[in-house]
Design a protein. Structure first.
Length: 142
């Protein structure tokens, strides 16, 4: 169910033998993301449960379960910014129904992230996935 953008990341990770190279690639993905307007970095967009500062701003077109999901995000930590880029590749452009159906832990495990992130980063990643799923579920129920 992963998007072509996420599949591209998975293919790149398969090509990179060393975790340090993968880590650098994640950081580069994060650097390529546009920064959020400081005006939207408010409590309503902040993701709780992350050791770093993280904001996710949903961009949803349409209504109900077939609405198209997208988001912008930013973090004050380089690796977390990269994780936001990975999540963006995983979810952007899907219907909110499909966002809810994505098995994020399984997809992210394909990248080996489950084995190479600290406990704090793993908790933060789960919090970001939870926030994205919650935003999609709210739209699907509307």
């Amino acid at each position: 169910m992963a998007s072509p953008a996420f599949e591209e990341i998975a293919e790149t990770f398969a090509f990179l033998d060393d975790w340090e190279d993968r880590y650098r690639h994640v950081i580069e993905l994060g650097r390529a993301l546009p920064r959020l307007d400081p005006a939207v970095k408010v409590p309503a967009t902040k993701v709780e449960g992350c050791a770093s500062q993280v904001w996710i701003l949903p961009r949803i077109e349409g209504s109900g379960a077939e609405a198209t999901f997208d988001f912008e995000g930013e973090s004050d930590a380089m690796i977390v910014q990269g994780l936001i880029a990975v999540l963006h590749a995983l979810y952007a452009g899907l219907s909110v129904r499909d966002v809810i159906a994505v098995d994020a832990p399984a997809e992210l495990a394909r990248l080996g992230l489950d084995q190479h992130l600290s406990a704090q980063r793993s908790n933060g990643l789960r919090a970001m996935v939870g926030r994205i799923r919650s935003l999609a579920a709210e739209t699907a129920a509307a």
